[in-house]
Design a protein around this ligand. Structure first.
Ligand SMILES: *Cc1c(COP(=O)(O)O)cnc(C)c1O
Length: 397
């Protein structure tokens, strides 16, 4: 079967909730993916930063295969010998006292929302069922009904109400507006330190620090959704670290499994995460031994291959080089680490398709932005290989 055969079957039998580029991938390794025609591409999306460690990383693969032969699922009705070690290693690596494992990113966001509400009632003394969570315009936190209830993107929510109450939206990047929105019932502020899906929107310098101060002053929790920005992508373990901010609750997912398996987690100290009592929250697959073994190996690769440092160094280089490309279409090049956006004055889809023809897979976000976010194991030579093609494409009529 060729590319068109696969696409025809997919369009016929699958729901059309995505608009993928017409490339059918059959294998991958490191920064490269191969399609069913035998053509090779540089992956500049990394599955939205889930494969920071590179595709099919041998160490993570080994951990997964070994664990799959032993035991894959116990449910949390029984204990397993991998989850305790994941807890400990996550704590040592991130500095949070505890964590709670889930599967998808959206589930971890839901968990954080429940946790903040519980904290508001039990610790802060907010009247029951009155808690409010402040979020930012143009946020992306996932696709559940509760999460889309506070999305500002019409296509994410228009046909999917009724919505979950208890959320207040303020402009991203405006700490003053955020402070004004705080009431005695405010449980938490939840933000992406950089808005990935909105088009790699980097807030003004000092914003995260100011938000953290405002939260502290008002006895409000600061929840950082680092599902896309965390685990080395922006050149630090967490993007909030660029402003020396430690959120009260940090949410991770995506690269927590190096792309092998859905693994997410909520991180916080005991005073917060210790509030959950048996029976109050859970997931059949959350914290299973296969997931825990994969996550442990994924974290080890981030540490041992110094992926934060790589992302910082190569990200700076990639942004510099992209900025020097003369092009009639580019409005702005911005990025932190290897989370990079090229904003155009026109729709980006056509440019992404042209990049694909030249062996580079990037995806448009919000119509006129091309995101460049390759696996963090990329090297300078590979960036240099890609630049002439990117230059050519950015100069198309
Ligand atoms: C991808 C993403 C999510 C949702 O994760 P899923 O695994 O797709 O549910 C939430 N927040 C941010 C910032 C993300 O990038």
């Amino acid at each position: 079967m060729n590319t068109q055969d696969f696409i025809k079957i997919e369009e016929e039998y699958g729901a059309h909730n995505y608009h993928p580029l017409d490339v059918v991938i059959e294998k991958a390794e490191g920064v490269w993916v191969h399609d069913v025609e035998g053509k090779k591409y540089l992956d500049c999306l990394s599955a939205y930063s889930a494969v920071n460690q590179g595709h099919v990383h041998p160490e993570i693969l080994k951990a997964m295969l070994e664990q799959a032969k032993r035991v894959t699922l116990t449910s949390r009705a029984f204990r397993n010998d991998q989850l305790p070690l994941l807890y400990k290693e996550l704590s040592e690596m991130t500095g949070y006292e505890m964590s709670l494992p889930m599967n998808s990113g959206a589930e971890a966001v839901e968990t954080a929302v429940k946790l903040a509400r519980k904290w508001a009632y039990v610790v802060k003394g907010v009247p029951r069922h009155q808690a409010e969570i402040i979020v930012a315009g143009n946020n992306f936190h996932g696709r559940t009904v509760t999460i889309i209830s506070f999305s500002t993107e019409p296509s994410y929510r228009d046909d999917f109400g009724p919505f979950t109450p208890g959320f207040v939206v303020v402009d991203y990047g405006d700490a003053g507006a955020l402070e004004k929105a705080i009431t005695p019932n405010t449980a938490a502020v939840m933000l992406e330190p950089i808005q990935g899906e909105a088009g790699v929107i980097i807030p003004p310098a000092g914003y995260l620090k100011k938000v953290a101060e405002v939260c502290k002053k008002n006895n409000v929790l600061f929840i950082a959704d680092e599902i896309q920005t965390g685990l080395a992508r922006t050149g630090k373990l967490f993007a909030a670290h660029h402003e020396d901010v430690r959120a009260d609750i940090t949410i991770v997912g995506k690269a927590l499994s190096g792309g092998f398996y859905p693994v997410s987690a909520v991180l916080a100290d005991k005073a917060i995460l210790g509030l959950f009592q048996p029976g109050e929250h859970g997931s059949t697959f959350g914290g299973n031994p296969l997931a825990a073994a994969v996550a442990r190996a994924s974290l080890r690769v981030i540490r041992e291959e110094k992926l934060s440092e790589r992302a910082a160094e190569l990200g700076t280089y990639f942004v510099e080089q992209l900025s020097e490309i003369p092009s009639p279409h580019v409005k702005e090049v911005r990025g932190r680490g290897l989370l990079i956006a090229v904003e155009l004055d026109k729709k980006a889809r056509r440019f992404c398709e042209a990049l694909k023809e030249r062996g580079i897979l990037a995806k448009e976000t919000h119509d006129n932005v091309i995101r460049f976010a390759p696996p963090l194991v990329i090297d300078k030579e590979t960036i240099d290989w890609a630049l002439p093609s990117i230059r050519e494409v950015l100069n198309m009529p």
